[in-house]
Write a protein that binds this ligand. Structure first.
Ligand SMILES: Cc1cc2nc3c(=O)[nH]c(=O)nc-3n(C[C@H](O)[C@H](O)[C@H](O)COP(=O)(O)O)c2cc1C
Length: 169
């Protein structure tokens, strides 16, 4: 519960690098996520190169923290890994992305989830910068680093969003 309620999106980072072992743990956590039919349709690109991170900020308008965050993990979907006709890959990749956030919190790292799919110009721009071929889809980017800010815990619990037995009251 602590790992769920305490962390917030971090958009300011220190200069301290992220240990390679920590990145590996984040990726292991991502790959431990549930997926429909256990298809695990994800792939990951670990981006540490400063120029590449800066280039991303030119194609993704809400990613300025990538100039500071020492690591960006790009969560991708490979459609060829899906055997079933139902498109569950968005949920699968979202579960993997959230696992990265939770694992990072456990390691004392800060993160910010940056949405990529389904915004066509972000998908195209990130494909170009990171040489991602069709039909691989960059789904999201997770900025990772040591936090230089500590936004407070928030309580979003809203009982008006909850119904019992059937929709409505
Ligand atoms: C699908 C998705 C896309 C997001 N995209 C961005 C983004 O592009 N840039 C950004 O700074 N934050 C992004 N966020 C983070 C949200 O803004 C953030 O989670 C939300 O405002 C709640 O704040 P908190 O995470 O600090 O609790 C995204 C979050 C999700 C789940």
């Amino acid at each position: 519960m602590e790992a769920i309620f305490t962390p917030r999106s971090i958009r300011r980072y220190t200069d301290q690098p992220v240990a390679a072992g920590a990145v590996e743990k984040l990726l292991a956590a991502a790959m431990a996520a549930p997926s429909a039919g256990n298809e695990q349709p994800w792939e990951f690109i670990v981006v540490t190169d400063q120029a590449a991170r800066e280039a991303i900020t030119h194609v993704h308008p809400y990613s300025q923290m990538l100039k500071q965050a020492p690591v960006a993990i790009v969560v991708c979907n490979d459609p060829a890994r899906s055997r079933y006709p139902v498109e569950y890959w968005v949920q699968d990749c979202a579960a993997a992305t959230q696992n990265i956030l939770l694992a990072a919190a456990d390691l004392g790292l800060g993160t910010c989830w940056l949405g990529v799919h389904p915004v066509p110009e972000r998908v195209a721009g990130i494909r170009r910068i990171l040489a991602i071929p069709e039909p691989i889809v960059p789904f999201a980017i997770v900025a990772v680093g040591h936090p230089a800010e500590t936004p407070g815990r928030v309580d979003r619990y809203d009982e008006k969003r909850i119904y019992h037995e059937r929709y409505g009251r």
